[in-house]
Design a protein around this ligand. Structure first.
Ligand SMILES: CC(C)(COP(=O)([O-])OP(=O)([O-])OC[C@H]1O[C@@H](n2cnc3c(N)ncnc32)[C@H](O)[C@@H]1OP(=O)([O-])[O-])[C@@H](O)C(=O)NCCC(=O)NCCSC(=O)C[C@@](C)(O)CC(=O)[O-]
Length: 311
């Protein structure tokens, strides 16, 4: 068995983690979260989204969050910030904010696409195309998300071929990386592997990332299965925060602390300090008034309290 020597973690808590929270957090809290993540060694951070404020009220202050971040800390820590954009309007906000990375988001399910961004899959690609073109000509990198890759809350199973076809379209448009989103956390390891094999037929595996929600407790097992195939980019969210307003019943993303604990234990480098990462997770959980959803983080907190042996 060969695992990648290094995995790049894409931290999505400030966006995917918080977008579904009903209590709007102050800008300062979001800024503090991003800065704690940067201090923990996280290099890729999705800071927010430029979408309709009616659709994702929690993300309405994304421009303010970006403006208040400590730029010296971010550049010293080589952090790349990204934002989600659904159209040209979103891209223009992203350009004004100075980020160098954006992400467009499609779905492999027609119904999910309609519910999430109010258009068909084909219409979404037509909306993304001018935004991607403008982004690339401004020197901005574009990531492409595909939701519902292992199941849709409205349509059930999704054929891997549908996902592969959409990944081809987004890559042809100019996306440098495709993040495969198990939006409702329905996947299991062998299905996840079959999906990666189907999508990887069209190009190098290092342009693919995996994005697992943990609804059925399968996320870590799925990630491990994908690492075995050569996947080396993993999306995750501290404290297991997350959820999409248009994926009823789905729970949070896989907790970054749990992913880093697993990778550390297998000798796979991430550049992230687990204890500092757990502090970021504890911080945001405290601000949300709940216990961290990360098992690793809870274990670390218990060790601190009891002085027991660090594993
Ligand atoms: C796509 C739209 C905008 C279509 O929006 P629409 O409903 O088709 O209507 P519209 O295009 O006529 O726009 C409606 C209003 O939004 C405004 N608007 C339009 N565009 C923007 C923009 N870029 N930024 C800010 N405002 C915007 C526009 O100006 C207008 O304002 P009004 O005239 O009503 O005051 C809307 O449906 C929307 O914002 N949807 C986003 C929903 C969302 O954020 N979902 C969660 C992210 S995806 C996800 O979580 C999955 C992922 C990525 O994590 C992977 C996975 O796990 O699967």
């Amino acid at each position: 068995m060969t695992l990648p020597a290094r995995v790049r973690i894409v931290e999505v808590s400030p966006r995917d983690g918080l977008q579904n929270e009903s209590t709007i957090l102050p800008v300062e809290t979001k800024v503090a979260l991003i800065e704690l993540l940067a201090k923990a060694g996280v290099r890729d951070i999705e800071a927010g989204s430029f979408v309709s404020a009616k659709r994702a009220p929690q993300m309405a202050a994304t421009a303010e969050v970006l403006a208040k971040l400590d730029q010296k800390l971010l550049s010293r820590s080589s952090v790349r910030l990204s934002v989600l954009i659904p159209n040209l309007q979103g891209l223009d906000c992203a350009l004004a904010s100075g980020v160098k990375d954006v992400a467009v988001f499609a779905a492999a399910s027609e119904t999910f696409s309609q519910k999430n961004i109010n258009c068909s899959i084909a219409e979404s690609l037509a909306r993304f195309a001018p935004a991607v073109e403008k982004a690339l000509s401004a020197g901005i990198r574009v990531r492409g998300y595909i939701s519902c890759v292992l199941g849709c809350p409205y349509e059930g199973e999704i054929a891997p071929g549908e996902v592969a076809s959409l990944a081809r379209d987004l890559t042809a448009m100019g996306c440098h990386e495709i993040s495969l989103g198990d939006t409702i956390g329905a996947g299991t390891p062998l299905r996840a592997k079959r999906l990666i094999e189907a999508v990887a037929r069209d190009g190098p595996i290092d342009r693919l990332a995996v994005h697992f929600h943990d609804t059925y407790g399968q996320a870590l097992a799925n990630i491990f299965a994908c690492l075995e195939l050569g996947i080396s980019v993993v999306d995750a969210s501290v404290a297991g925060l997350g959820g999409c307003p248009y994926a009823p019943g789905a729970t949070g993303n896989v907790a970054t602390e749990d992913v880093v604990y697993m990778l550390d234990g297998m000798g796979v480098e991430t550049g992230i300090d687990l204890a500092a990462l757990a502090e970021a997770g504890e911080f945001i959980s405290g601000r949300l008034g709940r216990r961290s959803g990360s098992r690793a983080s809870r274990a670390i907190a218990a060790q601190r309290r009891t002085g027991s042996q660090k594993m």
